[in-house]
Ligand binder design. Structure first.
Ligand code: CMP
Length: 142
């Protein structure tokens, strides 16, 4: 199996509140991605700012922070062939109103910035985002 990689997925608070965690996990598993790590945690302001540092100053930034700060999310690491691109395709376009039917946002979301789910967009983002949610020593090597 070539080009196996890992990516970081965050299920946003609305995902937990709407009871969609199982539905979304099953979509990744059915595709063939392997869940390597998963945990619930509450997002501090610092974590949100780290995750979305590239968006600081944009007109939606404060609303985006409000959808996450002090609220529970699920952080997940999945592994599989071309996992970064595969996961982003399964998730669909950033704006759920434009996301294709069949994708997670296309089927299950309509709002923005509260668009249900986030995933890393590159190997560099994965490395950076992993350390926002997990500790280096938690890294699963098998
Ligand atoms: P996410 O995949 O978590 O990555 C960045 C987030 O910023 C994105 O999902 C949305 O929640 C938010 N976002 C990006 N673009 C916009 C926009 N034009 N308006 C509102 N929110 C946005």
């Amino acid at each position: 199996m070539s080009q196996v990689e890992r990516t970081l997925i965050m299920l946003k608070p609305s995902c937990i509140e709407r009871g969609l965690v199982g539905e979304i996990l099953s979509r990744f598993e059915k595709k063939g991605l392997k869940i390597i790590q998963m945990k619930f945690l509450k997002m501090s302001r610092q974590m949100v700012e780290e995750l979305y540092s590239v968006h600081k100053g944009k007109n939606f930034y404060e609303t985006l922070v409000e959808t996450l700060e002090g609220r529970r999310i699920v952080a997940i690491v999945v592994e599989g062939r071309k996992a970064i691109d595969v996961v982003r395709k399964l998730i669909g376009s950033t704006d759920p109103a434009l996301a294709e039917p069949g994708t997670i946002r296309g089927d299950l979301a309509i709002e923005i910035p509260d668009n249900l789910i986030h995933a890393s967009d590159s190997p560099e983002s994965y490395k950076r985002e992993y350390l926002i949610f997990f500790k280096e020593e938690e890294l699963q090597t098998t």
